[in-house]
Design a protein around this ligand. Structure first.
Ligand SMILES: Nc1nc2c(ncn2[C@@H]2O[C@H](COP(=O)(O)OP(=O)(O)OP(=O)(O)O)[C@@H](O)[C@H]2O)c(=O)[nH]1
Ligand SMILES: [Mg+2]
Length: 331
């Protein structure tokens, strides 16, 4: 029987997939239950949600006890056009890569666990900024819950592999093994598992790093065979900047966003300095909402200049925007 899930339900589900703490998970699950259309076709899902809610309540209680016992809580606000979390084994070159592509200065050193707390930085790409987050290493025995939450909430994960030493491949295997034991896993597309709604997949690519090092090319062959679930692979050197431009362009593509420039009716040129960014598939109404609720409420269409339309053509509110469209909103 079809479940006919509604837009508000799907939205709550998306938020649940990104929830970084037990408390957030519980709030989203409760919202999902509230928004779920109640009929025979959704009986199973209702029961599943109720089960998850009672489990989540216990987790919240546990987390509270843990917090009272002085656990750290780290909140990194979202900034820029998307959030990309950089993970990997010890000394894989995560921090060096972030130093190379942003203005941040995380510590880089040849010993493991140089990075102990997540650190955000902004990476410029063409006319936008993308948020990168450096993280402590993931090992056989250590996967910081904070990193886990960040991976779950990321728009994209870059999984770094150290091609500089043979052990780099063991670290890669250990990381994959450790992640498989959690409810936060990597995949080609971000989604929730259909069988178990507690299991969340985050879109990821593998960065085989330090391609400049001795024997790195040979190690890269082995590493490719170890890549889980067919994730895309990039060969890079964060230090020497090999393959970095290609990786950055791919990051933008994989974030699935489009840039839109707005133009005032009385001006000849749009504001090219500050594009709005929205998810690919988003329409004119969404851009209007980003500007102001009033603009969204009164929107009557727009003139558009872009790759998919004739210059200056008038379109309706449901027009789906393409990357680098220029719009002149009419209210
Ligand atoms: N040859 C080579 N060495 C690199 C490259 N990137 C980083 N390194 C070296 O690898 C070591 C570890 O680099 P980091 O950037 O600190 O590694 P990390 O992944 O942040 O390590 P943790 O914070 O401990 O998890 C340092 O000695 C770097 O100089 C690279 O592209 N090529
Ligand atoms: Mg580091």
């Amino acid at each position: 029987m079809p479940t006919n899930l509604t837009y508000p339900y799907r939205k709550a589900e998306g938020e649940y997939r990104r929830a970084a703490t037990a408390e957030e998970e519980l709030r989203c699950l409760q919202l999902m239950l509230r928004e779920l259309p109640k009929h025979k076709g959704t009986d199973k899902l209702q029961a599943e949600l109720k089960r998850k809610i009672s489990k989540s309540k216990k987790e919240v209680e546990q987390e509270k006890k843990y917090v009272n016992g002085n656990v750290r809580r780290i909140r990194i606000p979202r900034q820029g056009a998307g959030r990309v979390v950089v993970i990997g084994g010890p000394s894989a070159g995560k921090s060096q890569f972030i130093r190379s592509v942003t203005r941040a200065n995380p510590e880089v050193a040849a010993y493991p666990f140089t990075t102990q707390e997540p650190l955000p930085a902004m990476m410029p790409w063409e006319d936008i900024f993308i948020q990168l987050i450096d993280t402590p290493p993931i090992t056989k025995d250590f996967f910081d819950p904070v990193t886990q939450g960040l991976v779950r909430g990321a728009d994209l994960v870059l999984l770094f592999v150290d091609l500089g030493i043979d052990e780099g491949l063991d670290h890669f295997q250990d990381l994959c093994h450790r992640m498989r034991q959690t409810k936060t896993q990597l995949a080609r597309e971000s989604r929730l598992s259909e069988k178990d709604i507690g299991l969340s997949f985050t879109r990821a690519v593998v960065c085989l790093n330090k391609i400049d090092a001795d024997e790195a090319v040979e190690r890269s062959q082995l590493a490719r065979e170890m890549v889980p679930v067919d994730l895309p692979v990039f060969l890079i050197s964060g230090e020497r900047m090999d393959g970095i431009e290609k990786l950055k362009a791919a990051v933008f593509q994989l974030l699935d966003i489009v840039r839109v420039y707005t133009k005032m009716p009385n001006k000849k040129t749009p504001d090219y300095k500050k594009p709005f960014t929205i998810r690919r598939g988003g329409n004119l109404q969404e851009i209007a909402r980003l500007i102001h609720q009033d603009v969204a409420a009164k929107l009557k269409g727009a003139r558009v200049w872009g790759s998919a339309v004739d210059d200056g053509i008038m379109v309706k509110n449901d027009y789906v925007l393409c990357d680098q469209d220029v719009v002149e909103l009419h209210v």
